[in-house]
Design a protein around this ligand. Sequence first.
Ligand SMILES: *Cc1c(COP(=O)(O)O)cnc(C)c1O
Length: 387
Amino acid sequence: MAIPFIDLKAQYRRIEEQIRSNMEAVLEHGAYIMGPEIKSLEKTLGTYIGSQFAVGCSSGSDALLMALMALDIGPGDAVFTSPFTFFATAEEIAFLGATPVFVDIDPRTYTMDPARLEQAIGALKAKDTSLYPLPKGYETLTPRAVIPVDLFGQAADYDRIESLCNEHGLKIIEDGAQAFGATYKDRVKKTCGFGEIGCTSFFPAKPLGCYGDGGMCFTDDAKLYEKLVSIRVHGMGSDRYDNIRIGINGRMDSLQAAILQAKFILFPEEIGLRTTVAARYTALLAEHVVTPYVPEGYTSVWAQYSVLARDSNHREALQAHLREAGIPTAIYYPIPLHLQTAFTGLGYTKGTMPVSERVGERVFSLPMHPYLEKDVQEKIAACIKEI
Ligand SMILES: *Cc1c(COP(=O)(O)O)cnc(C)c1O
């Protein structure tokens, strides 16, 4: 039997009845888009994260876009973010005409390195690229915001990032697409509740996923909440025929919200199961590859279980050997964003983000889901030990 990278069917079998009855309710009332399920999901998930307001939307990418729009980010603005993330994080910045300024990652957590953020802010303010690599056109950019990315299931280092942002008057948009429900130090709020606006994705493969596209923004700011609600539906005002700003079609499907309500029942238990699976991997693999590092006081929701091979040849050999044994692997992310073709205009060259580049050559992810069995993990580990 083929081993799936993510087993969504095992989960479906556990909650099939609830999913079907929730979907049936939508089919009966017929409000297929932005139906009553959206508000109720916003309430459930907002409470879970610990944020006062939540705005369901069409995807994680649109959640980021809406957050940037709510903060009036546009041409001439610099937004600092990680080059070691999914393309959408920086894409939405560029989509609005603003400029992504990449900040290299910490070599152990793979999230934005606060020390480098400080250097990048300093370089941009001093207009001095000898202090930190900057994108083309940096001379005219105004530093506005930071998008830290909670990679592979765990938070970026918000204490240090927030203190820098406070010092320099920058807003924070949290890209929590991979870490919905993770915890950071002694904070009561969970990830996706940090910064001015936190964003997440319900893409099926995320820790909490629906059966299509979906996303959500979280905030404690009533003004930003109102703006997000307006932007979500074409910049609507209180009069539905008067659009008061430029927005997007960011609406959420009722069916997806209904599915998420059913899946959320299992979610806390599934985080526990993922944690067990991750701990088993680490015990089996720690002597053979570099296993994930979760700093003291953090918890991960294990969106991915990513390890480092010795180098790209070792990675290639490991992936090939696993593939022969019917074990799928994936690489997140082989090409850091500063070297993506779409961003060549920013003028970044190889060597400007050395940690992301090195990790990109060595990293790969193993099958990870709450229902991964011990004997399958042992088989995977045995394969890895053979190389
Ligand atoms: C998945 C993901 C997104 C985008 O979410 P979609 O729902 O696929 O649009 C953004 N950022 C990160 C880090 C992601 O992993």
